[in-house]
Design a protein around this ligand. Sequence first.
Ligand SMILES: [Zn+2]
Length: 110
Amino acid sequence: MIKVFEDFDITLVGHYQSVLESNGIDTFMKNQFGTSGAGELPFVEVIPQLWVLNENDAGQARELIAELSGPLSAEQLQAWTCPECGTQLEAVFTNCWKCSSSRPSVTAQN
Ligand SMILES: [Zn+2]
């Protein structure tokens, strides 16, 4: 088995699992119920993990996850403001259409 994704957001891991399954990839989720033990166990033991059973599927699985975690992630569905020129931008833009500045990383914000 190959681990292709992990996140504390069990909903996100489950979503990716369903997408991979719908693409014919056999998956297995580890630590599906582990978050209730957070605080007592090292987080590496409780963070939900998505594994693929067949390592030949790992490449495709990672591509699918990369697509899902790209422009379609929940954070990136929010409109944003260009830090350079102040232009209001819709969520679909990854760069400012006015000055071409890159969208700031959403994870860098609180
Ligand atoms: Zn701009």
